[in-house]
Design a protein around this ligand. Structure first.
Ligand code: NDP
Ligand code: A1CAB
Length: 265
């Protein structure tokens, strides 16, 4: 089995590591600079974690999962340890393949954009490789990424930034909508537990209907909204307040922020 080392055992790095560990398709170790975090991960008695970069020496694949803003510091720390035979997979929003290649003095980079449900095999990842990545390695990483949910290759790095605007950050948009619905449920007198059930089951049911049928979202909305009925009152209210366009504008703000991060802002 290949040895994968993940640098950055935080939200996304740990999530990916856990997803890959659970799929049992590679040996996986985590490097994090925080003693407490390393102790916490080792305490789970699953994956090995360390603060030192020693594990990088014989790694086949190295996942870069620190914040883009601190990547230059990590590059400076590990440049003399890593080598050109190793394959690098970056999950960092906005950080370009070229910046990673130059920062580490290496060639083979796959840039991907995952999301947090990867920890429960329901992740969504897109990826693109540098021209130096052989098809065999791209396929290998594709298989690893698919072990955490769905994954597909895209043609350009721009599409990685665009993925950030939809699925990469998108779980948070869904939580945002759910938060408002759950809060409304509590305002209507339901308990917190009941509000959670009402909200989660409504999302799950709608998502499954959408996935299992070839029917447009607009058509689904129309099937719920009886003429002159309750749903139309809610949807009209959303439309009057421009909610549809505001959500789209949010996705654009997200993609723009990814591009700003690429420009080191
Ligand atoms: N969160 C998400 O849903 C997604 C995140 N991403 C990308 O994943 C990356 C990580 O984000 P996220 O997981 O949210 O951030 P976190 O802050 O949760 O995780 C980053 C981890 O890296 C650690 N760290 C900092 N410096 C070093 C170092 N020199 N060596 C090793 N570890 C270090 C941090 O420790 P400490 O906290 O002590 O600084 C922290 O534990 C980002 O680039 C982001 O763009 C991509 C898709 C989704
Ligand atoms: O918010 C962020 O910057 C990261 C990238 C995608 C999701 N979280």
């Amino acid at each position: 089995m290949k040895k994968i080392v993940v640098i950055g055992g935080g939200n996304m790095g740990f999530t990916y590591a856990e997803g890959i560990y659970n799929a049992k398709i590679a040996n996986i170790e985590i490097i994090d600079k925080s003693d407490d975090r390393v102790a916490e991960i080792n305490g789970m008695n699953k994956m090995k974690a360390a603060t030192s970069y020693d594990a990088l020496k014989d790694a086949d694949i190295i996942f870069l999962a620190v914040k883009p803003q601190i990547a230059p510091l990590v590059f400076a720390d590990i440049k003399s340890i890593v080598n050109k035979n190793q394959l690098f997979v970056s999950v960092m929003a906005g950080m370009t393949i070229e910046t990673i290649q130059q920062g580490l003095g290496i060639d083979k980079v796959i840039r991907c954009m995952p999301n947090l449900p990867a920890s429960i095999q329901l992740g969504m990842t897109t990826y693109v490789g540098s021209k130096e990545v052989a098809k065999e390695n791209l396929d290998l990483v594709g298989t690893i990424l698919k072990s955490t949910g769905k994954a597909f290759e895209v043609e350009t790095e721009d599409m990685i930034d665009n993925t950030t605007g939809i699925s990469g950050s998108g779980s948070a948009y869904i939580f945002y909508f759910m938060n408002a619905m759950a809060e409304a449920a509590e305002d209507f007198g339901f308990s917190r537990e009941e509000a959670k059930t009402l909200t989660a089951q409504t999302f799950e049911g709608a998502v499954e209907l959408y996935k299992q049928n070839d029917i447009s979202l607009e058509e689904w909305m129309n099937r719920v909204a009886s003429k002159g009925g309750t749903t139309r009152a809610a949807l009209n209210n959303f439309d009057d307040n421009n909610v549809h366009n505001l959500i789209k504008e949010g996705t654009i703000a997200c993609v723009n922020r990814a591009k700003e991060l690429a420009a080191d802002k």
